[in-house]
Design a protein around this ligand. Structure first.
Ligand code: SF4
Ligand code: SF4
Length: 428
């Protein structure tokens, strides 16, 4: 640990010179300046991250603020009660080190950074103190974070999440949990859940999801119209940006991609290896692996992670537009398609990966596991066995938020991409 275990006083100096801002600035400069032909409409997102992460601008919100620590917290319910959801999962190495001051060193970087940020006096993104933090009881580290977050003076709500998803009992259990969550939000906000406000909230998230799906579908094109580093930045902005502004910005980006397609534009060379990204989620400013892949001449064309595809792809299917049925449909949307490896069995994840490989014409897979994340580490074996059987090349990378392994990772990624290129040539 740096500074012999002392907490780095980022609040004691002007924010612009803080380590956190410096880290974000480095990644943004690299992401914007070291790549050619960035879409003009990405400027909205570059500016947004600069304002929030590098200049410490406050992120406004409407109504009460409900922090979430995982995608399993149904955001439609939060919007329906007139509150704003804010995903608190953090990707900063600075906060990761801060979290390491009081968490076991073997904890996953995501959890350490999130708790490190919550414990800091100057928090970036500057969202203000959440009126409540909803912590779905998913992996063990998330579960055990609850008491720690509570100890920092936050109001924490444990949203009970089942460990299996196939059984009817787990479905019923989860539906009950989601209804209890709605009751908790009612107590918090003093508002009532109605068919009208829930429908409006579902429409708001539905429009954002539709914009995301269009963007996602543009990434099927070969050669690619957009780099994965930009796609990850867009979905990372969803964590804290105003949902309506975010949707408009993505719709604008989609229009530009449609023009790029018409004009026969190529964001990368035709022979660039197409990579499917899976595993522990890339969260700004930790876009280390996607950036290394694209610097080395590959392109991330799709992902199966909870900071992008898994967060926005699956839509709610409502049978009956009555409040109770709508809440149950929402619960189903958050359980059935979830491919996080926290479940005892997870055949769906392999199925989804295979479908993405096929639909996005990917040449290989990069599997990121954060050191200390047992579920991703353990599930790797069964994914690798299946992929080996099918002859799909996969690179497994165990890493964390530290920049120290960049050199070694870059060599491994270059070798992997080279093998994908050779394979492509042989097949041709
Ligand atoms: S990895 Fe799984 S448990 Fe962790 S934040 Fe993502 S969806 Fe939630
Ligand atoms: S990466 Fe692993 S340990 Fe970290 S939050 Fe996700 S499931 Fe939990």
């Amino acid at each position: 640990m740096e500074n012999n275990g002392k907490v780095i006083p980022i609040h004691a100096e002007p924010y612009g010179r803080s380590r956190q801002a410096g880290e974000a600035q480095d990644v943004l400069s690299h992401l914007v300046e070291d790549f050619e032909d960035n879409p003009a409409s990405m400027q909205y997102f570059y500016d947004l991250f600069r304002r929030v992460y590098c200049h410490g601008e406050e992120v406004p919100h409407r109504g009460m603020l409900v922090g979430t620590t995982c995608i399993q917290a149904p955001e439609e319910l939060i919007y329906a009660f007139g509150a704003t959801p804010m995903r608190l999962c953090n990707g900063s190495y600075h906060y990761d080190q801060k979290g390491a001051d009081f968490m076991p060193s073997k904890s996953c970087s995501l959890v350490k950074a999130t708790l490190g940020m919550l414990s800091a006096e100057t928090q970036i993104p500057k969202v203000g103190k959440p009126d409540m933090i909803v912590n779905p009881t998913t992996c063990d580290q998330k579960k055990k974070s609850s008491a720690m977050i509570g100890g920092m003076g936050y109001k924490v709500y444990d949203l009970e999440f089942p460990n299996v998803k196939e059984s009817e009992a787990s479905r019923v259990y989860w539906q009950r949990s989601v209804r209890q969550f709605a009751a908790e939000l009612r107590t918090l906000t003093g508002r009532k859940l109605t068919r009208k406000n829930l429908k409006a909230a579902m429409e708001k998230t539905g429009r954002a999801q539709a914009a995301f799906r269009t963007l996602h579908n543009f990434r099927r094109k070969s050669p690619s119209l957009l780099l994965g580093k930009d796609a990850f930045l867009v979905t990372n902005a969803y964590f804290f940006d105003d949902i309506e502004r975010w949707t408009l910005a993505v719709e604008k980006l989609n229009e530009e991609l449609a023009q790029r397609e018409k004009a026969g534009f190529k964001a990368v060379q035709s022979k660039a290896p197409r990579v499917l990204f899976t595993g522990s989620p890339p969260i700004f400013p930790n876009l280390k692996l996607p950036l290394l892949i694209e610097e080395a001449g590959g392109v991330v064309v799709a992902d199966e992670t909870c900071s992008a595809n898994r967060m926005l792809y699956d839509m709610t299917a409502v049978d009956e537009w009555l409040v109770n049925d709508m809440v149950d449909s929402l619960a189903d949307k958050y359980l059935k398609p979830c491919t996080c490896p926290i479940f005892t069995k997870n055949e769906d994840r392999k199925r989804r990966l295979l479908a993405l490989m096929r639909d996005f014409n990917a040449d290989g897979v990069v599997y990121q596991a954060f050191a200390g994340c047992q579920v991703y580490e353990m599930e790797y074996r069964s994914v690798a066995e299946e992929f080996n059987r099918m002859g799909i090349p996969m690179l497994y990378v165990e890493t964390d938020y530290s920049p120290d392994d960049k050199g070694q990772l870059s060599t491994r990624i270059e070798a992997f991409l080279e093998s994908l290129k050779n394979r492509k040539k042989q097949r041709a």
